[in-house]
Design a protein around this ligand. Structure first.
Ligand SMILES: [Zn+2]
Ligand SMILES: [Zn+2]
Length: 606
């Protein structure tokens, strides 16, 4: 008899076997419906073999008339699942278009993807002005298939329009109906469409060689959305390039440290460009001031002049911080071992390190200058808006935080912001402005970003300040009001020189053992009661410490004491070591609670 092994979208790491009914032709890479736990479920056929296992249930129905994944792509799926500790079935479900109701029978087979020849070009990282224009020129010049991956649906829609001016282009994201996505997948496979745009779910789309894969804004955290497989699209794209003969283009205004390090190591080409036009950037020192007033005199003057010239102003604010800093000298209270800002808990009146868990009472004085004004104080959007309205009562002023206001209220805020002279907003509000659209961009107090209890705080700050500067006209201005005016992220933006950021940042990452030099994972333990959670976390911690290659920190309780997190560091083999160490916790066991592993987190999860 013929047996098919099927992987389902479930957190189980093995497949299930079914009998292939007589007369059927099934190959790996096809989806099939089969009974599982009393219901008919769709899963991916990962293997077909001859055998004799009496009592197997038969497959119910084939979902795809032809395989949607080739053998090579199934191997890539295995790799993704192993690296992200996700199941093969969940990885397939996330990286494929939804199954169509009835599949149109195609004729063309899957492009065989051979090994990468020695002449295959290195991946390329495009930075600097006009990087997206260069991508379009490249796609126009090649005649092969091309797939553009963006971090969000809005950007996919914009790129689909751009691509359609070059050749027939299809969309593979959730912004179009399911049927259209399925048809787009097939059109790419049989060559009837040459160009496609999509989000992460399109990463495995068929690309007959010679093909180009483009990952826009490779530094975006949004390329690693929640849900399996928890892997950044950059890592999937690089691995796919290593297995298939395709050209890979990455773009970024401010590359991730991971990509920059690969470029420095010669694994990625990063063509250097003449710097484009750049606004005047000034950094205003706000140490010891800015107590009652969010706008320093130079910023108030710049706003007045920009409005008088009938140009637009963007004031960047951040969410209030949960760390403590000195208002006199700007020093942030940091963990002595991990060098990241300690998280401030008002309720507990303590400071806690979110890597190693060290907990300290609140200090009375600043260790750097002995000043006595240590405060979590910051400027929220509302207070800034109030101050701007008081001074510029004639201007059209709007506030927009896309992450806080959604739905109808969010739309109304967005519309008001789109028409305003002065927009007060968070990072997400940047998307209102095209390149060089602003007369002035100003950071009211970016120290809140720098103080975030996350080792990526500097990288995030650079990305935001650089993105804001790109949106200011060359004869406009950028003003950064900071208690850390000498920070190298600001120096890099002021001189339009990325090296000034990456050199010291890589040194910091290397010394403290953060990515890209070591890999991190966060293991979360959850049980019904807090003492059960504590016991589970202790057992998990002990299992992890039994692995020689792992650095394991003590569990950190969340505020409710229902969740405990363990930060772990390791080398390239971190996923395998975690998988081995945590094997005993995989099997469901009544009442013990659940554990969850996030490898290579991009957003600190707590
Ligand atoms: Zn101080
Ligand atoms: Zn620490």
């Amino acid at each position: 008899m013929t047996i098919a092994d099927v992987a389902f979208d479930a957190p189980v790491h093995h497949s299930f076997s079914y009998r292939v009914p007589d007369g059927w032709t099934v190959v790996p890479g096809q989806r099939a419906q089969a009974p599982l736990g009393g219901a008919a479920r769709v899963g991916m056929v990962v293997a077909v073999r001859d055998g004799a296992e009496p009592g197997l249930k038969p497959l119910a129905q084939l979902v795809d008339a032809e395989p949607v994944l080739s053998r090579a792509q199934l191997d890539l799926v295995d790799w993704i699942a192993a690296q992200s500790l996700s199941s093969v079935g969940s990885t397939c479900a996330a990286l494929l278009p939804p199954p169509a109701g009835r599949e149109a029978a195609g004729s063309a087979g899957l492009a065989a993807s051979g090994a990468v020849g020695p002449g295959a070009p290195k991946p390329e990282l495009l930075t600097g002005a006009g990087r997206e224009k260069r991508v379009l020129e490249r796609l126009e010049a090649t005649k092969g298939a091309a797939l553009v991956i963006a971090a969000d649906v809005e950007t996919v829609a914009r790129w689909a329009q751009r691509l359609a001016k070059i050749d027939r282009a299809v969309r593979l994201d959730s912004g179009v109906p399911d049927e259209e996505r399925g048809a787009a997948w097939r059109a790419l496979r049989d060559g009837s469409a040459r160009l496609a745009a999509g989000t992460r779910s399109a990463l495995l789309a068929p690309l007959p060689p010679p093909a180009t894969l483009v990952l826009l804004d490779e530094h975006e955290a949004a390329h690693k959305p929640p849900g399996a497989p928890r892997m950044h699209s950059r890592d999937v794209a690089l691995e796919r390039r290593a297995r298939e003969p395709l050209a890979l283009l990455l773009t970024a205004a401010t590359p991730s440290l991971e990509a920059w390090w690969r470029a420095e190591s010669g694994l990625i080409d990063m063509p250097s460009r003449e710097p484009g036009p750049w606004p005047a950037v000034s950094v205003a020192d706000t140490r010891g001031i800015l107590r009652r007033e969010p706008l320093t005199p130079p910023l108030a003057r710049a706003i007045r002049e920009t409005l008088a010239a009938k140009r637009r102003v963007f004031l960047v604010v951040s969410r209030l911080t949960s760390s403590l800093a000195c208002d006199e000298c700007g020093a942030v209270v940091r963990c002595g071992d991990c060098a990241i800002a300690l998280a401030y808990s008002r309720a507990a009146a303590r400071l806690v390190c979110r890597v190693c868990g060290a907990s300290h009472p609140l200090p009375d004085t600043c260790a750097a200058c002995h000043g006595r004004r240590l405060t979590p104080f910051g400027w929220g959007a509302e207070r800034v808006e109030h101050a701007v309205r008081r001074r510029f009562s004639d201007a059209r002023i709007a506030r927009w935080d896309p992450d806080a206001a959604r739905g109808a209220r969010g739309e109304a805020q967005r519309a008001a912001a789109a028409a305003a002279d002065v927009v007060i907003g968070t990072r997400g509000a940047l998307r209102l402005f095209g390149p060089a659209a602003l007369g002035l961009a100003a950071f009211v107090a970016p120290d809140q970003l720098l103080r975030a209890p996350d080792f990526r705080a500097g990288e995030r700050t650079l990305a935001l300040a650089w993105a804001a500067a790109e949106r200011v006209a060359a004869d406009g201005a950028v003003i950064i009001q900071s208690q850390n005016p000498g920070h190298y992220a600001f120096a890099a933006v002021a001189r339009q020189n990325l090296h000034e950021f990456y050199r010291p940042e890589l040194k910091f990452r290397a010394e403290l053992g953060y990515p890209p030099f070591r890999r991190l994972a966060v293991v979360t333990a959850r049980a019904g009661q807090s003492d059960e959670t504590r016991r589970l976390a202790e057992a998990v911690g002990a299992a992890l410490r039994g692995s020689k290659g792992l650095t394991v920190y003590p569990p950190i309780a969340d505020r409710s004491d229902r969740i405990r997190r363990i930060v772990t560091k390791g080398g390239d083999d971190l996923p395998r070591l975690l998988d081995d160490a945590l094997r005993e916790f995989k099997a469901p066991s009544a009442g013990r609670g659940i554990i969850d592993v996030e490898v290579d987190p991009v957003e600190w999860p707590f």
